[in-house]
Ligand binder design. Sequence first.
Ligand code: HEM
Length: 200
Amino acid sequence: MTEETKTFAQRLKEENRTTHDSVDNLVMSVEPFSNNENYTKFLKLQSVFHKIVDSIYKDEALNKAIPQLAYMARHDAVVQDLKDLGSEPYQFSGELPHPTGNKAIGWLYCAEGSNLGAAFLFKDAKKLNFNEENGARHLAPHPDGRGQHWREFVGYLNQLGLDKAAQDEAIEGAKEAFAFYKVILREIFGLPEGAEAPAA
Ligand code: HEM
């Protein structure tokens, strides 16, 4: 398939694959599901990330293009998960990014896609006895099912009608989102600046 025939969503997936996998590896390297203490840190990480994207989910124009988008926001659910564990959202040390325009669409892709892979994380959280009603609300599947919901979401992304330059900006936004996720993770789990997952 040539660059021109790829859909926006295909480009997002392909051009973020390596970055995604490095985030996946970094998350697993800090063993977020080995005990409640680590799981609380993971929830704190999620609380900062979902706080950044919350206003994107609630953006009026985007809600016209992507039905029910506001209801997909998971910041409130993460805050509730933290409460379930007797904890609270993390206050990040620096200023949080405020993505706008096409870059915000990339951040949104990153956040919504994380719920697709969250099937695995949800299973791990269940082993710690958390579930959709206690401590792992924000990892629960969409009522339509993760796969079905993702296919619909991706369809809306493709219908946004972004040209190549706009798509490039969104892809850049997604890369920034993944990169910032790592920054928050390192701060909360006490890893040195720039740390990546150790080679397997
Ligand atoms: C240990 C942590 C993680 C694991 C094991 C994991 C695993 C996965 C898996 C298996 C998929 C593909 C699911 C499918 O195609 O059915 C996926 C997709 C995705 N994940 Fe993750 N993930 C992790 C963390 C994250 C994080 C932290 C983010 C965002 C900050 C993220 C963003 C995404 C996105 C955007 C997709 C959609 C890719 C696409 O189809 O375009 N993931 N993940």
